[in-house]
Design a protein. Sequence first.
Length: 436
Amino acid sequence: MLHFEQACERLFSLKKNNSSVRTEVLAGITTFATMSYVLAAVPNMLSGAGLPKGAILTMLILMIAACSIAMALYTNRPFALAPGMSSVAVIGSTIREVGIPVDVAFGLVFLSGMIFCFITFIGLRELVVNAIPANVKISISAGIGLFIALIGLKAGDVVVTGGNGSLSFGDLNSPKCFLFAIGFVVLLILEARRFRGSMIVSILVVTLLAIPLNQTVVPDSMFQLPVSPAPILFRINILGALKPEYFPWLITFFVPDFFGTMGIILGVANRGGWLDEQGNMPGIERCFKVDSVSTVTGSFCCMPVMTTYLESASGVEDGGRTGLTSLTTSILFVLMLLFTPLALMIPAVATGPVLTFIGLQMLGSMKNINYEDISEAVPAFIAVAMTIFTNNIANGLSLSVLSYVILKLASGKRRELHPAMYSLAAFLVYYLSTLL
């Protein structure tokens, strides 16, 4: 035990960070508990794109472990990575509906990751941050949040799509609606009590209740060797993703990944007390490098955009200060490879309440929109409204950016437009023309 603690001290500088092996391990367990819902949510959502759940689950665990270990060893920060739920929602639902092949979708993920890598390794982060207006970044994330919430409500048959495409209540007497309601109430009560791991508890409660209601089946064995990920390896078409009409989808993947990562890292760093006087985190570029390379790598394995998870904050609040926290989280995910039948028995309705709540959380940043300024408020509204009403995230992004440029020019606020916005607007006009 002494040798283990000494090794951890050499590798993670625990004393320098005012931490200990016990504290870091417990923090890693907390992070695992708060983000373990991805074991059910991601395979269930990606199965909508025709990807096999077993292979996705195996690769999901391997990518979470590999990327989080890379973050632990390269940055010595307690950040864990997993596929971003916004990109999972896009690939699992929207991509199929608009007719984009799944291999092209992962080609777009690859290109998004390469742009992220280029910006990070060349040192252009500040340029990109300043180029895209804050209200567009905020509102696109909010639109995606509502989109994720809608997917969750559909999973529970609370909301259904009619023959004419309209949304309405489903059969509120159905077992799925009952399970969704139970799961959502449990989740809200636990969140109100600030219980860490509320999402996984909600999923477990619904899964257990789903057994007698014939919404899932108990596997013959709880233990099983992981399913081979071979069927989903290298299902990627990079050349096909280079078509100009796919450009808005590329932005759809890139914007939440790049700006979401920045916001999450800085937010968690603030809780950990790592920010300097200017509000910057020393060594943040290392975190960006791991995040961007993880996205590129994951695209070859049918993994949506790999990104730093906000749930890392739960481990930080429990005292996690070094990469040992992320390493502990990774080990726990790897152990789940032996229990894949348990993860695969979780029905889609069990993840519905979690997705709906995640969507709610993504709306929080809309409070920062300046509603007194029409050139700020209208593009934000368009981004959210058109994402939901047209069932297409790219439409919301395109119309939001174009309205922003037009309104800034019309209101005499030309100086607030970054030069790069004109080129972006031209690309988006071309995309919209393809819809005519």
